[in-house]
Ligand binder design. Structure first.
Ligand SMILES: NC(=O)c1ccc[n+]([C@@H]2O[C@H](COP(=O)([O-])OP(=O)(O)OC[C@H]3O[C@@H](n4cnc5c(N)ncnc54)[C@H](O)[C@@H]3O)[C@@H](O)[C@H]2O)c1
Length: 270
């Protein structure tokens, strides 16, 4: 049920690859809540993905941008303002990729060129985006930026590999930009730390089923689905959360503060 929470707001939503993507659900929910927005993804993902379908149903325009390319990002913020008819009220950063994780290189055997790519694509891209946005003075007063992260930034999940470092950097960049943009334009910057979710990025991680099942058993509410993550994003884009900034917000069914559950105990009791 829509509430018009984003009525009149303009946004940029990155990272919608297919209908499993968290960003895909954010786009559907933002549309239902009355927002107009531009969709963006890496040019290569445009060819493989299904973003045009999403653009049709949400009335969005698509602007390709590689999030590691400053010229692409400048173009993205320039074109978004033109197409939407004003400054941008909200930005979703929903971008993550590790060549090391993809190619099975464990944390004690990293390829350092790939490690740099992991950090660039998954974390520095947020910095680049906000620097490009600020350079173009593209963010509206009181706007909101959300990036998606994972609890491996705080605790070790061995198979998450170098993505853990990328997420820690992403969360730090969130605070550093949040401070600056808050003072300058009352723009909020937060991360949402999401439960394991069955998406292309998620299921690319070795042992993902194990991750998913463990988190499910350790969360009083169960793992948070992508749709609910999208709804949480909407609240942060809305005017209902104007004083929430520089936070890492867990959207994980209670996983992050649960010590143990009977389901997990049962594995160790005779
Ligand atoms: N799936 C999970 O279990 C989970 C849990 C917590 C956080 N997250 C985070 O949520 C975000 C979205 O991931 P998802 O699970 O929806 O998977 P997804 O694979 O659907 O989305 C990842 C997106 O990143 C895009 N991307 C990769 N390289 C890019 C580049 N150079 N430039 C621009 N875009 C690029 C991909 O094209 C894709 O659309 C990621 O940051 C991910 O780490 C996912």
């Amino acid at each position: 049920m829509a509430h018009g929470l984003l009525k009149g707001k303009r946004g940029i939503i990155t990272g919608a690859l297919n209908d499993q993507s968290i960003a895909w659900k954010v786009a559907e929910e933002a549309h239902a809540e009355g927002a107009s927005f531009v969709l963006s993804n890496a040019p290569v993902a445009m060819r493989m993905g299904e973003i045009k379908k999403l653009a049709e149903v949400t009335g969005a325009e698509v602007v390709p941008a590689d999030a590691t390319n400053d010229a692409d990002l400048e173009k993205l913020f320039g074109e978004a303002q033109q197409k939407l008819g004003g400054k941008v009220d909200f930005v979703l950063h929903s971008i993550g990729m590790s060549p090391n994780v993809r190619k099975g290189r464990t944390y004690d055997d990293l390829n350092y060129d790939w490690y740099k790519q992991t950090l660039d694509v998954s974390a520095m891209s947020l910095h680049r985006m906000l620097q490009a946005a600020r350079g173009a003075d593209a963010l509206a007063e009181g706007g909101s930026v959300v990036a998606l992260t994972y609890i491996a930034a705080q605790r070790v999940f061995p198979d998450y590999g170098d993505m853990a470092d990328a997420k820690a950097l992403l969360e730090s960049i969130t605070r550093s930009w949040g401070y600056r943009l808050g003072r300058e334009k009352r723009v909020r910057v937060n991360t949402i730390s999401q439960s394991p979710t069955m998406t292309t990025a998620g299921s690319g991680i070795k042992g993902f089923d194990g991750f998913f099942g463990f988190a499910e058993a350790m969360s009083p509410l169960g793992n948070a689905p992508a749709l609910d993550c999208a709804r949480y994003c909407i609240t942060l884009f809305s005017d209902m959360t104007r004083y929430v900034t520089m936070q890492n917000l867990y959207h994980d069914g209670g996983f992050s503060t649960t010590g143990v559950t009977p389901e997990v105990m049962a594995k160790f009791t005779g």
